[in-house]
Structure formats: C-alpha cells, structure tokens
Design a protein around this ligand. Structure first.
Ligand SMILES: [Mg+2]
Length: 419
C-alpha cells in the first residue's frame, strides 16, 4: 500500500430511479422517471428518459407536450426509501474504504492509496452492486474537484475513471468551465467575458489574477484543478444524516388555528436558524400537530410530511410550506397539545443541486433577510425579531415552557451578585 494520496468520488447512477428499480426489476432498461410530490416536476430520470430529451426539473404536463411519455413509468418521490438505500450504500462503502465524507444522498468522497488500480476500483463498484443493488460510478483523482470530473467521465464509460495528470491535461481542453465543481454561474459568466471557456483556459490564468478576480474560493478551485488539495476530506457523515427538531407541548390545549400557525412558525424560525448555523439545507419537513392524549382524537395521525421541491434553509420558504400544511391538517374539533417541526433529508449547503428552475438569486447560500434576522437574534434573543406569523402572544405562550437562552442571547446570560 502506498500513501493515501488519492480521492475517490462515488456517485449513484440515476439514484432515485435505481432505488425504484430495486423493487421493480421488470423496469430495468425501461424508461422510468421520479416526480416531486408537490408540483409534479421530474426530479430523476433513467437513461432512457434522458435519451428522450426530457430535461431535469420539467413539470410533468410540459414533458407530455414535449414528447410521447406513454412508455415512461412514473413514481412519486419516496424519500423514506431513498434515505434507507442511501444509508446502505454509504455503509458498504465505509466498510470497504474506511470512513468517508457523505456529500449528498447519493454521493460520497473517500480516500484511496495512490497505488490503486482500475481493477481494484471496479471491485468497490461491484461490491456495492452485489450487496445493495445500486449501480454507481467512481471517479479517482488527486483532489475532490478532479474526482468530481472523473466520476462524470466514469458515468459516460464503464463506471470507473482514474484521472491522471496526463489524461487531465488532454481532457481539460474540452471540459467547459460550467462543468467544474464549484464554478457557479456568475463566475462562469465572468470567465466567459475574459474568453476563458474551458478548464484548461482557466488553469492557464495567473494564480494572482485568479485570487484577485475570484477570491480565495476561486483560487482553491484553481489549485485543485492543478492537483493540489485545497478541499480536505471531511468525515462528517453523522452530521449529514441527522435531523433538526423543534417541538414543544402547549401549557394548555388549544383549538385555535392561529395559535397552531404561530407555534409552527416559531419552530420553523428556530429550525431554519439552526440549519443555517450548521450550513445545511433540508429537503423534507415534518409538521407535527398532536392531539391531547386525553381526548377522543388521540389516535389521529399527529402530523404530515412535506417533500420540498428544492432543498432550502430559507425561513420564508420553509414557513410558506409549513403554514399551508398546518391549514390543511387543522381540525377545529381537536384539542391540540403539541406542535413542532422536524427538518430532515439534510445536505451541506455547499452542495446545491442545480435545477433548471432555480432562480439565480437563490443560488447563493443565505438570503439577506435571514442573515439580518440571524444577526439580530444572536445578539438579542429569538423574541427580538420574528416573522409576522409568529404572533406576539403565540410566541410568548410557546416560550412559556422554554428555558432562557443562557448561552446564545446576551439578554439571557445569567448574572451573579456578590454580597
Ligand atoms: Mg447521482
């Protein structure tokens, strides 16, 4: 074994589709697409559907206008299944390769010895296939940024690609800047204006110029493309899989919609702030509205789940989905005892799945309102500034059982008096 000098990226092929096919082997090699449950957009496509020219993120009705979709088998998103299969894939990879960095539901980085052969990488791939049944592509290179490129080459070929310096020298001439991991739309536009359209062009720029024009982030990508590690492997797998919960029982039961809305708004505000602190986005939201255990409604299902059309940590976005759901499941006859939210399907915000319908402004990490609210509430406490749907009375009633923010709010730091 040589030094652990190489980085691999494992990427599940058409992941949601592959999960569905696990239980429907009759659909192998047949066109399959997975829809977002909210608005019926296509969120995953089998190769056959890609070949039909149906783009990612297209609403179903538009896909039907575009081409004959009668041969396609459609599924609604089943995130419970996808997360479970994902965990099995990640566990298998970790068993084979040691602790890895789970990067998204279907991607992970891991370390490899620099002596690794293509055949050995194929073994990892076939082990995952044998144990879990999910086809994956693996790219291997000196840095994460290059491993990402390699996995794309692997996907187009036999599933494995070892990107050496020599091969990259050639391939980089045909790799558009937009295909480079971390070069966002704004940067790619700026580069195009400088007549820099390929990774090779970008790599030819002066380091100092890159730093000046594109900051430390740009310089890191530049280094990584030149084979110098600037993004270390982060073995933070637990962080990625956990969920963020904010929930509390009412002091007294309530049957008022406005109080439930207020409490859920309060919890969303809390949870969204935590997501931003941890640099995470959530893709699923569970709204808990539980009836009193002592009422006739104690058997009622205590909540509902929302699969978000796009992962987010934006308070406003999360609030609008949450409140809509609260109004849907609210029943005026039920004495409610508890309200809360659970954010799950967490991914690092550095991974922004680019969909066609993402507005450019939403591309950046945290929006302006959220960052202002975060700064004010960090200093003066959660009650200092809140969204209008958190009623003042509601906020107070839902805070009644909550201890002070001893460690996070200046106003709540305990004071000690000596006699
Ligand atoms: Mg994938």
């Amino acid at each position: 074994m040589g030094n652990m000098a190489l980085i691999g990226l494992m990427d599940c092929n058409n992941f949601f589709v592959s999960c569905e096919r696990l239980f429907r082997p009759d659909l192998l090699k047949k066109p399959v697409a997975v829809l977002s449950s909210n608005d019926g957009c296509i969120v995953a496509r089998s190769q056959e559907v890609k070949d039909m020219g149906i783009p990612m993120g297209l609403p179903l009705f538009q896909a039907k206008q575009l081409s004959d979709t009668s041969s396609i088998t459609f599924f609604s998103s089943n995130f419970t299944l996808y997360r479970d299969i994902s965990a099995r894939v990640m566990q298998t990879l970790a068993e084979e390769m040691g602790e890895c960095e789970i990067y998204s539901i279907d991607e992970a980085f891991f370390e490899l010895p620099d002596t690794v052969t293509e055949e050995e990488v194929h073994t990892i791939r076939s082990t995952i296939m044998r144990r879990v049944g999910i086809p994956v592509s693996i790219g291997v290179a000196k840095t994460k940024t290059l491993a990402k490129q390699a996995s794309v080459f692997g996907k187009k070929g036999n599933g494995v690609f070892l990107l050496t310096e020599e091969i990259w020298k050639e391939k980089s001439k045909n790799a558009p800047c937009a295909s480079v991991w971390g070069l966002g739309r704004a940067t790619v536009g700026k580069l195009a204006a400088l007549d820099v359209s390929t990774a090779a062009d970008f790599m030819k720029l002066e380091r100092g110029f890159v730093r000046k024009q594109f900051g430390v982030g740009g310089e890191r990508i530049y280094n990584e493309l030149h084979g110098t590690v600037s993004h270390n492997l982060e073995r933070n797998s637990q962080d990625v899989r956990q969920s963020i919960t904010s929930t509390r029982s009412f002091a007294k039961t309530t049957q008022k919609l406005i109080e439930l809305e207020s409490a859920v708004s309060y919890h969303i505000t809390h949870a969204a702030k935590k997501l931003r602190e941890k640099d995470l986005l959530c893709s699923r939201l569970y709204i808990e509205l539980r009836a009193s255990r002592h009422s006739d409604f104690s058997h009622r299902r205590g909540g509902a789940e929302i699969v978000l059309p796009e992962s987010t940590n934006n308070t406003g976005d999360l609030l609008s989905f949450a409140l809509q759901k609260v109004r849907e499941i609210y029943d005026p006859d039920i004495p409610y005892k508890k309200a809360g939210v659970v954010c799950s399907g967490l991914i690092p915000s550095s991974f922004v799945p680019r969909s066609l319908f993402t507005e450019h402004s939403k591309d950046s990490t945290v929006n302006v309102i959220d960052s202002v609210v975060d700064r004010v509430t960090n200093k003066f406490g959660m009650h200092a500034l809140h969204f209008a749907s958190v009623l003042d009375s509601g906020a107070r009633s839902s805070m009644a059982l909550r201890s002070k923010e001893y460690t996070t709010s200046w106003g709540d730091i305990p004071s000690v008096h000596a006699k």
